[in-house]
Design a protein around this ligand. Structure first.
Ligand code: PGA
Length: 255
């Protein structure tokens, strides 16, 4: 993935309600725009919650700041109360969308099959899926990281397989035990996982280019160490992305 921009994805989760999210975006509009303009080798991707996405997208229209969704429906348009279609994300200007985040797997019972269908919708609409994979603490302790990731990735791959032509996806390795905990995986552990993902992708999906990302307690303190990871093409940033100074430091740390 040489010559691809380094992806700095801000996952705002549901940390703010509508008004606070909008105020945060407005207060830091100039900062985000300058950051994106000053780092043309990086993509600043903001993923607000769906209720505020259109307004935040409007705010950053015409700038180098890129919009992303936190999720999309596994279904095509139809009778799905409360769902947000991938088409809506496209119409709101999203170029990326997170799928299969462990919080959705855990709290919304999202399955690998759902994730494969979401990937399919996104690819069809030319939105780059950022597919999250990662092991739980129990799996990590039992040394089952690679087998857990194999299951998740093989299932997600079904969504990619159905599509023809060249495509580009992001795969974010996010150990569940590292999300929001202040704990980070060691660089050696992450590099081992990256190698495994790359091998899987090469055998399963030779027509698909992929960027490898890391997420889980990436902040202004952990980022400098994590930035040394061999093969890293981006960060998925939760908590620290809602503090502009911290986010700026993470983005600027990596040359
Ligand atoms: P965190 O979240 O940076 O707060 O650990 C990352 C994520 O869940 O994507």
């Amino acid at each position: 993935m040489k010559n691809q921009s380094f992806l700095c994805i801000a996952n705002w989760k549901m940390k703010y309600a509508h008004n606070q999210a909008l105020s945060f975006a407005r207060d830091n509009k100039a900062g985000f725009e300058q950051l994106a303009a000053a780092h043309s080798n990086k993509k600043i991707i903001l993923c607000p919650s769906h209720d505020v996405l259109a307004q935040v997208a409007d705010l950053f229209k015409g700038s180098a700041v890129v919009m992303g969704g936190q999720n999309c429906s596994a279904h095509a348009l139809g009778n799905y109360t409360g769902e947000v279609a991938a088409e809506s994300l496209e119409q709101m200007g999203c170029r990326f969308c997170i799928v299969g985040h462990s919080e959705r797997r855990m709290f919304c019972a999202e399955t690998n099959e759902d994730i494969a269908r979401k990937i399919e919708h996104l690819i069809r609409l030319n939105i780059t899926p950022i597919v999250c994979v990662g092991e739980t603490k129990e799996e990590y302790d039992r040394h089952e990281t690679l087998s857990a990731i194999t299951v998740q990735l093989k299932a997600a791959s079904k969504g990619i397989k159905k599509m023809s032509g060249h495509m580009y996806i992001g795969i974010a390795y996010e150990p569940v035990w590292a999300i929001g905990t202040g704990l980070v995986a060691s660089n050696a552990h992450i590099e081992g996982v990256f190698k495994h993902i790359a091998e899987l992708m090469c055998t399963e999906q030779s027509h698909c280019k992929f960027a490898l990302l890391y997420g889980g307690s990436v902040d202004e303190n952990t980022a400098s160490q994590l930035a040394q990871i061999h093969g890293l093409h981006g960060f998925l940033i939760g908590g620290a992305s809602l503090d502009f100074k911290k986010f700026e430091k993470i983005v600027t740390l990596r040359a």
